[in-house]
Write a new protein. Structure first.
Length: 230
């Protein structure tokens, strides 16, 4: 069995965990809505699933332990910590694959802690992933409901304000993490960036993905220059 993390998108970086944990926990749960009914007591009705979480604890072995049989391919513990911490900070979407199991899904790192232990340079860590749900937003034209939308303002739109500048996409970026850089630490304005750059994002994605588009900004590629709107 091996555990891989790979950045989504063309040419994404891959990280292989140098040693395996004793156990991997996968949690799926259902949200329930409760109702109190006089004649029946409390009734709980399913109301959707919570995102899948995957977690484990492990050890990044120091150089003195790199020849232990449990170590598959030794990597400096500090490099392991740096890579995972960087992905967590950026909110990078990753493909998590555990060979020999059915775990092969897109995730983000929701929790990661790492500390030095013992006298061999080992680092013990705990990590948790949450399944990444792709957000698909449809226009009224796509949903064919334009005629039902009430027009409340017929005045011309005000002139667009000056932009914040431009940003060149780097490996590991996604629209959520780019939005966090420019909008006060929040990634919720990712759609604003997508709308302002839809033409270049879609044309680049079509070139790399054989005409299949970006899936509303999910597939973006290093070197693409984006305009960042206010």
């Amino acid at each position: 069995m091996d555990i891989y993390l790979t950045e989504t998108g063309s040419g994404g970086r891959r990280f292989t965990f140098p040693s395996l944990p004793e156990r991997i926990r996968v949690k799926n749960s259902t949200n329930y809505q409760s109702f109190d009914i006089l004649s029946m007591g409390t009734i709980k009705i399913p109301k959707g699933m919570t995102p899948t979480t995957i977690s484990w604890e492990g050890v990044f072995f120091g150089e003195a332990k790199k020849r232990e049989s449990i170590v598959k391919t030794w990597v400096k513990p500090s490099e392991c910590e740096k890579t995972l911490q960087n992905w967590q900070d950026k909110g990078t979407v990753l493909r998590l694959m555990v060979t020999g199991t059915n775990i092969n899904i897109d995730v983000t790192i929701s929790s990661f802690t790492c500390e030095e232990v013992g006298g061999f340079g080992n680092k013990e860590y705990k990590i948790e992933f949450i399944r990444y749900k792709y957000l698909k937003i449809y226009t009224t034209d796509e949903l064919k409901i334009v005629k039902f939308v009430k027009k409340t303002n017929t005045r011309p739109a005000p002139a667009a304000p000056a932009n914040k500048g431009t940003y060149t996409i780097k490996s590991g970026d996604n629209l959520w993490s780019i939005a966090r850089k420019y909008y006060g630490g929040s990634g919720s304005n990712w759609k604003k960036i997508y709308d302002a750059n839809k033409s270049v994002i879609e044309s680049t994605a079509n070139r790399y993905r054989g005409g299949r588009g970006s899936d509303c900004g999910h597939w973006i590629y290093p070197g693409t220059v984006l305009t960042i709107p206010n």
